[in-house]
Design a protein around this ligand. Structure first.
Ligand code: FMN
Length: 209
């Protein structure tokens, strides 16, 4: 199944809800594996004390079979404080060329210093490691600094030296328990939802868009 522009002209045809579910997961997988995909960036939301906090992250990995999606972050970040408290994460991706929004949500597992974390860290390039190498003792800064010192700015460190960042590197796994698909079209929008339990699809239905 291709995911190219205007591939699914469902304004004219009747989509099969089972197919929609599969395509959503393919789109998410494409988002994780193709840097050029609009779904390579996702918005994640946490909720603390009745306030929603949202931010962009890179969709790093999608396991279709187990309905798990992953991001990388810094253990010292605000979002980690939220996640340690709520153990739950919501995701949103949107691709204008596919006219598709996917929202999904689930409980999380934080991988820190374990095998999965190490595997992902080993695939994290030299350039991407520098923010994990930072001293982040202070949140607020007096000037408009990037926070990077001269060596980090110039990528003047070896891969071996960058290993110091591993202690701050975290992989967050989300076990999706619901997904909502929204497709826009001039002839009418369409919407469906899917529920999962222990990575098994347990329910699906069309929704009023
Ligand atoms: C295009 C883009 C990609 C980003 N990717 C990530 C990411 O993968 N992980 C991450 O922790 N922050 C990422 N950020 C920064 C977050 O959006 C956020 O501003 C930062 O992590 C602080 O969030 P927090 O204070 O809620 O922890 C990205 C920002 C942009 C604009």
């Amino acid at each position: 199944m291709s995911l190219s522009v205007n591939e699914h002209p469902w304004g004219n045809g009747i989509p099969d809800i089972n197919e929609i579910e599969k395509i959503c997961w393919q789109m998410l997988h494409e988002g994780a594996t193709n840097r050029k995909s609009a779904m390579h960036q996702a918005v994640i939301g946490t909720s603390v004390d009745s306030i929603a906090y949202m931010r962009t992250v890179v969709l790093r990995r999608v396991d279709i079979e187990t309905r798990k999606i992953y991001l990388h972050t810094d253990k010292r970040s605000k979002k980690m404080k939220d996640l340690e408290q709520t153990k739950h994460l919501s995701w949103l991706v949107y691709d204008q060329s596919l006219r598709t929004q996917i929202r999904c949500s689930g409980s999380i597992i934080i991988h820190h210093m374990d095998d999965l974390c190490k595997e992902q860290w080993d695939h994290t390039g030299h350039h991407s490691r520098r923010y994990y190498m930072l001293d982040r003792e202070v949140e607020e800064m007096d000037d408009a600094s990037t926070g990077l010192n001269e060596a980090l700015t110039a990528f003047d460190y070896t891969l071996e030296e960058s290993e110091v960042g591993f202690q701050h590197f975290v992989v967050v796994e989300t076990r999706i328990d619901w997904m909502d698909w929204y497709y826009t079209h001039s002839k009418g929008n369409r919407r469906a939802k899917f529920n999962y339990q222990e990575n098994i699809l347990t329910g699906m239905s069309w929704l009023m868009p």
